[in-house]
Design a protein around this ligand. Structure first.
Ligand code: HEM
Length: 488
């Protein structure tokens, strides 16, 4: 705040004479309707909230920059912001939990959102990922049902472990992520101590029109640390905003958190024969098959000035691509391409892209989308159609067209051909140290104990057993049940 004294005004700019006492008829009132300042103040207050995000409602944001550290990356993508080492791009990030409401506790067992907006010279590129390289489901058509099980029971308005485990046990593709979530990475120590992943496979296209499949990994320079469940529960009671506060304080004190960005690159043709469906977001690609290649470094060095305008109104969308980066056929990703901008139009309005936090930095957007609520910039143009005869009016640029790709097969509600939900989940279990396995089993059993129905527990135990017999046996034992003979 500057030291200059400012006169208080109404929203229309008129000076306010009294901000403490309503205008009343005499000493005792009633209040007069002609107190327009009072009416405006109450009316605006009545409209202060926008709907919280339907998922990922609780979060914290920070500004920073991304710097390319590897010149070689431009051989895989023509994305301008990745074109040469040393190139810096301003960015904004929002970390979040998934299931809780706006005021919920930070230190719960839940994936964390890791949403990055790069303000590039070719428009905003949003990488809306999580701190997990995989997800629970692999078709967008299941997402609303899945989220309903993570939110509140419609009758009791309580969290519902029956719904959670009923859905997971009926959707065995979730097993890999369920195992990840109940391991040590399920409750990060802070937002700074976790990695971020694009999770889906994306397509990169280089200047020669050559395409590659790519997965993104942000690796924390602070290291990856988890919180013990009991400690996390205690913190949730004492300071529900623990992660939000940690991020804010670190940046305020100049201890700027940083992540290295790596990619895994798969040659285009490999996708046809790779041992896993590379577009199935419940699977990872082996780092041995596709080693990480360094791309750059992200540094968070500035806190938002205002939470509502910068964090709450920030709108990240997987549909925000830039030339050189495109969608893959991943069915989850395809659903997300629709869902985010759709929810933004509902949550913040049709012109949300004009808000300072969402506005691209490469000048005013140039298209023929006009008007609508809260529109303040129509580009200064009165012409609102295209094609037109005006040389200086915005025209399409064929060089930025999406790379053509082949499609084949019948249109149908097609099953994933890959039904092995167990190998990668079992590999993850086997990778854990004995201590971590113990904590995993304790976390799983602790949650599943709250399930009322044995058939749900037994079905889920079958999945654990198929991933690794020891995993299944230990969960069964913890729950006082036996692995069904039919799976042995
Ligand atoms: C937020 C839908 C899967 C990461 C959201 C929001 C919606 C949504 C509607 C609220 C956005 C807002 O109000 O601004 C979906 C659908 C999915 C899906 C339909 C599946 C088809 C995923 C996956 C990931 C993910 C697989 C991560 C890999 C996020 C993140 C946010 C978010 C990080 C918060 C963005 C922010 O900080 O503003 N999702 N989601 N979602 N989603 Fe998803």
């Amino acid at each position: 705040m500057s030291n200059e004294k400012k006169r208080m005004t109404t929203a229309s700019g008129a000076p306010v004479g009294d901000n403490q006492n309503s205008i009343t008829a005499g000493q005792r009132g009633p209040v007069l309707i002609q107190d327009v300042h009072l009416l405006e103040k109450l009316a605006h207050f009545d409209r202060e909230r926008v709907p919280e995000r339907v998922v990922h409602a609780k979060g914290a944001g920070a500004h920073g920059y991304f710097e390319v550290t590897n010149d070689e990356i431009s051989q895989y993508t023509k994305a301008d912001f990745l074109s040469e080492a040393g190139k810096q791009t301003p960015m904004f990030i929002r970390f979040s939990t998934v299931a809780g409401e706006l005021g919920s506790a930070d230190t719960v067992r839940d994936p964390r959102g890791f949403a990055v907006k790069f303000y590039t010279q070719e428009g905003n590129y949003d990488l809306v990922g999580n701190n997990t390289p995989i997800f629970f489901i692999r078709d967008a058509i299941k997402f609303p049902d899945f989220i309903h099980t993570q939110k509140r029971n419609p009758r009791t308005n309580l969290k519902d472990k029956n719904a959670v485990w009923d859905f997971w046990s009926q959707s065995p593709e979730s097993l890999h992520q369920v195992t990840y979530l109940h391991g040590d990475r399920g409750i990060p120590a802070t937002f700074r101590h976790m990695n971020g992943y694009g999770s889906h496979t994306f397509k990169w296209v280089n200047h020669d029109g050559e395409a590659f499949w790519v997965k993104y990994h942000f690796v924390s320079e602070q290291g990856v640390k988890g919180l013990d469940e009991d400690v996390a529960t205690e913190i949730a009671g004492e300071n529900p905003d623990y992660h939000t506060e940690d991020l804010y304080n670190a940046i305020e004190q100049g201890d700027f958190p940083a992540w290295k960005l790596y990619v895994q690159i798969m040659p285009y043709e490999d996708a046809k024969n790779y041992k896993w469906d590379p577009f199935d977001v419940t699977k990872i690609w082996s780092l041995k098959d596709y080693p990480r290649i360094e791309v750059g470094r992200m540094v968070l060095n500035r806190n938002p000035e205002n939470y509502f305008t910068e964090v709450e109104q920030s709108a990240f969308s997987p549909a925000h691509f830039v030339p050189g980066i495109e969608a893959s056929p991943d069915k989850m990703l395809q659903g997300r391409l629709f869902s985010y901008s759709d929810t933004h139009r509902y949550r913040i309005g049709a012109n949300h892209e004009q808000l300072p936090i969402n506005r691209p930095i490469n000048g005013n957007t140039s298209n023929y989308q006009f008007d609508g609520q809260m529109r303040y910039d129509n580009g200064g143009r009165s012409i609102n159609y295209e094609p037109n005869r005006y040389e200086t009016a915005p025209k399409e640029d064929p060089d930025t067209k999406v790379n053509p790709f082949e499609v084949y097969g019948n249109a149908d509600s097609v099953y994933y051909s890959e039904a092995d939900h167990y190998t990668q989940a079992g590999d993850l279990y086997r990778l854990m140290s004995e201590d971590e396995k113990e904590r995993l089993i304790k976390a799983v059993v602790g949650h599943m104990e709250q399930v009322d129905y044995d058939d749900i527990k037994l079905l889920q135990i079958e999945h654990f057993y198929k991933a690794d017999p020891e995993y299944g046996e230990r969960v069964a034992q913890g729950l006082g049940l036996s692995v069904p003979a039919s799976v042995k």
